[in-house]
Design a protein around this ligand. Structure first.
Ligand SMILES: Cc1cc2nc3c(=O)[nH]c(=O)nc-3n(C[C@H](O)[C@H](O)[C@H](O)COP(=O)(O)O)c2cc1C
Length: 374
């Protein structure tokens, strides 16, 4: 109750100030301390004690990883980290669309840069070395004014991979001009090779360090197919689907819906789930080994269940932390445990990607598998 109350008050503040205060609170230890419940899953060489994680953007500078441990998430993705510190776009640049349970941000990779993040990550790893039960992904991206963005990815991979359970290549933020062009085949191959080179020259070279590509929801089927083929041929571990969208649904209610930037939260759910489901089908039909992490509009157990049914091994969230507060992972896990009981599912991996159509997946999430004909 107290956390719902605090969340309600923090939400009265300007979104960026609210976020700053939340990080401060977390640093001071003012956060819930939840009993550990989780829904474990293993993918490749990664063992997650819980399939829900915090999406990139919440802990940009790797400041509160050890606090997120307490909220029943299984992992977090820090960043996006750029080589040099970066202020980002002028403020205001984050907008809460209360009536739509959504956020628009045009932050533009505001972060303290690679060196500062390295210090934080080094401290964290002293207490929680690689192999600990809570996993940390590191999301990397280039500086806006960089003369060589490919080399940015390399230098980041070289310096940060030793702290990472996985690396996430951000080629999809809508707030860094032309970044999404890195999703084109030629660029994407080059970025991946630069990241691999970076990892290979890092001090603690780990050949098996998983690499994820974080992609945009604003792509057509051909682009998605080309990304998946490149990911497969380059032996990428998986895709994160998706980043925020530049699209605006016509029925958004908030006045702020016209603000420029990437939209996240409830209105992103359908779009990101459609792309996730298409990706799942392409991967299945071609027998590719690629894991999917879903992000976009997950706010409760049903929306998380749909993502799993449509192909996600792992689920990330950000916007619903703002709207639901720090108990959100706990609520989702408790809800999913009930859904699994209802559907007589012992292991979450058994239902990953079993439904090809997001609408049907939602119907199963609501009514169970009883009336579902595959
Ligand atoms: C304020 C804000 C900042 C974000 N910053 C980043 C970022 O730095 N890097 C990134 O890859 N994604 C970033 N994202 C996108 C999220 O990681 C996530 O992909 C997206 O918000 C969809 O999930 P959600 O609907 O649960 O919020 C940000 C999102 C928000 C709301």
């Amino acid at each position: 109750m107290i956390w719902k109350f605090i969340t309600f008050f923090v939400r009265r503040l300007d979104p960026e100030i609210a976020h700053k205060i939340t990080i401060k609170f977390f640093k001071l230890g003012l956060h819930p301390r939840l009993n550990k419940i989780g829904i474990p899953i293993n993918i490749g060489n990664l063992i997650f004690k819980n399939f829900i994680g915090v999406a990139a953007g919440f802990d940009k500078n790797a400041e509160v990883i050890n606090k997120i441990h307490f909220l029943n998430f299984g992992f977090t993705e820090v960043g996006t980290i750029t080589p040099m510190p970066q202020y980002g776009n002028p403020k205001p640049r984050v907008f809460r669309l209360e009536k739509d349970r959504a956020i628009i941000n045009r932050n533009g990779f505001n972060n303290l840069g690679m060196l500062q993040a390295s210090k934080k990550l080094e401290d964290y790893r002293k207490k929680f070395p690689i192999g600990s039960s809570f996993l940390v992904g590191i999301n990397i991206g280039p500086n806006k004014d960089s003369e060589d963005r490919f080399s940015d990815y390399k230098v980041l991979a070289k310096n940060l991979s030793k702290f990472a359970d996985y690396i996430s290549i951000n080629v999809s933020s809508p707030n860094t001009p032309n970044l999404r062009e890195f999703q084109n085949k030629e660029n994407l191959e080059k970025v991946i090779n630069f990241v691999k080179d970076g990892i290979a020259t890092s001090k603690t070279f780990n050949k098996k360090l998983p690499i994820f590509l974080k992609i945009a929801p604003d792509i057509n089927y051909q682009t998605l197919k080309s990304i998946i083929e490149t990911a497969h041929s380059q032996k990428i571990f998986g895709l994160i689907i998706s980043n925020t969208t530049l699209d605006r649904e016509r029925n958004l209610k908030s006045k702020k819906s016209k603000e420029l930037g990437g939209l996240s939260g409830k209105p992103l759910f359908k779009k990101s789930t459609d792309i996730l489901s298409q990706a799942n089908k392409i991967i299945k039909n071609n027998n590719y080994k690629l894991f999917l992490i879903a992000a976009g509009g997950v706010s409760d157990s049903k929306t998380a269940y749909v993502k799993i049914l449509c192909g996600a091994h792992l689920v990330q969230l950000y916007s619903s932390l703002t709207f639901e507060g720090p108990l959100v992972a706990n609520q989702i896990i408790s809800g999913i445990l009930k859904l699994m009981k209802r559907d007589k599912i012992e292991n979450i991996i058994d239902i990953v990607g079993v439904i090809d159509n997001p609408k049907e997946a939602m119907s199963v999430a609501i009514n169970g598998f009883k009336n579902y004909k595959s």
